[in-house]
Write a protein of this length. Structure first.
Length: 462
């Protein structure tokens, strides 16, 4: 059919019908032209990839705990009395020996003065006792000298009596023969009797002198005993004086350490003492400062086993402190101790780390999140978290091969390190994984690679 014959009837029809026919013809021509490109495949999807990184990765864990003063000294009154003054500014830094409070010292000053007077009295009595020792010693020596003199007198009396006894013995036979008179014999007998009495008297005097020596020695021993008693009294008086002065010193309540002094609990005028239930205040040494946090029993066992297996493994674990506002404390700390027992209610062990605190920014009781590197995974494989898809509990990764063909693999992930996953199964170092556009690809499909910025493929810093 000729094209002119198609339009021939248009001369005899209405203009509106002619326009409708032209539209239909245009649509037919357009359909014939489009059928020439319908058989072409769609373009390959564009994806972003990053290589699988292999490197040693430090594995860290975080624990929630609180800060504790390196030393927390509870300040209490060591003697009972009325609180007279507060000598520090609350919340300020104090040094060892700084005066914090003053307890009324007057009763203790009086007790110290009395103890001092008793000591002086005891010292005076000791001097008297020592003088008595000297006097008693002189009396002993004098009594012994008297004994010696009396013994000499006994000997002289005995010699005289012996002479008169000889005279009696010589005169008796002579008087019987008439060679001497009876009067001479009687005089000799009387002299002998007198000398015998003199000997007896001299011996009695010696006995008296010896008794005097015994008494003098007893007095000397008593004087020595008095000296020892007074020396003991002096020692007791000195101890009482030292105790009184110590109690007097305790009326000045001083700080035993350097640290931050807290608010006072007692008011001026209160009667305070060592048996009070609450301290006057607390001084905390905060530089350095402790961070205490509970760790699981399993984690503690793992650390102990690692130390046991490797004696050369470092014992000091470095710690990082995260404050309540989320900022990281600029000074790193270190773990110093684990508590002696496991808390049976929570199955945790209390751990303690120490941090320097040069500006006293950290205070006891403050919230603290502690981060610790517990192990280092050698040659770990790392991929971005966004490259992993969780499909009903199964982790999948789209891997782009050397020919830009997609392979969907199941992988086993371990721990997160920043924005990356560590992968233990399913990948090899250097393989390319899809990090953007993975939801648009399927296994065996060709893809086109988009440029990847260095920041997108970088690994975490060690």
């Amino acid at each position: 059919m000729k094209l002119s014959s198609l339009f021939a009837p248009a001369v005899r029809v209405a203009p509106a019908l002619l326009s409708l026919r032209l539209i239909v013809i245009g649509v037919l021509f357009a359909g014939c032209h489009g059928s020439s490109t319908a058989g072409q495949p769609p373009p390959a999807p564009v994806v972003k990839v990053t290589p699988v990184i292999e490197q040693d990765v430090p594995i860290s864990v975080e624990y929630v705990g609180s800060l504790v003063g390196f030393i927390n000294a509870q300040i209490r009154a060591r003697v009972a009395g009325h609180l007279m003054s507060q000598n520090y500014k609350e919340g300020s830094l104090v040094k060892p020996g700084d005066l914090l409070f003053q307890v009324d010292p007057r009763p203790f000053q009086t007790a110290a003065d009395q103890a001092d007077a008793k000591l002086l009295l005891a010292q005076s009595q000791l001097s008297q006792a020592k003088a008595q020792v000297s006097a008693s010693q002189a009396q002993v020596e004098q009594a012994m000298a008297t004994v010696v003199q009396d013994e000499a007198q006994v000997k002289r009396a005995e010699a005289t009596q012996h002479q008169t006894e000889l005279d009696v013995g010589r005169y008796t036979p002579l008087a019987q023969r008439g060679s001497v008179s009876q009067q001479e014999l009687d005089n000799a007998v009387q002299s002998n009797l007198a000398n015998l009495a003199a000997v007896a008297a001299a011996r009695a005097t010696v006995l008296n002198a010896q008794a005097s020596v015994t008494q003098a020695r007893a007095a000397l021993e008593k004087a020595h005993a008095d000296v020892k008693t007074q020396e003991a009294n002096i020692a007791a008086a000195r101890a009482a004086l030292a105790d009184a002065r110590l109690n007097l010193g305790y009326t000045k309540v001083s700080s035993p350490i350097a640290g931050i002094a807290g608010f006072r609990v007692a008011n001026i005028g209160d009667y305070v003492g060592p048996n009070d239930g609450t301290p006057l205040t607390t001084v905390s040494q905060v530089d350095p400062i402790y961070a205490e946090f509970p760790i699981s029993e399993q984690r503690a066992l793992a650390v102990f086993r690692r130390w046991d297996a490797d004696p050369l493994a470092p014992r000091e674990i470095e710690l990082e402190l995260i404050l309540a506002d989320g900022s990281v404390y600029p000074h790193p700390g270190r773990a110093v101790a684990l508590d002696r027992q496991v808390d049976i209610t929570s199955g945790t062990v209390l751990a303690r780390g120490v941090f320097p605190n040069p500006g006293n920014v950290l205070r006891p009781g403050q919230y603290a999140k502690v981060r610790a590197v517990v192990e280092v995974k050698k040659s770990a494989l790392l991929i971005p978290q966004r490259a992993v898809q969780d499909v009903q509990g199964v982790h999948q990764v789209a891997v782009v091969g050397p020919d830009d063909t997609v392979d969907i693999r199941m992988v086993k992930v371990d721990v997160r390190v920043g924005s990356l996953w560590t992968v233990t199964e399913g990948l090899k170092p250097g393989e390319r994984v899809v990090v953007e556009g993975g939801d648009r690809v399927r296994a065996g499909q060709k893809v086109r690679l988009a440029a990847t910025t260095p920041a997108e493929s970088s690994a975490p810093a060690k």
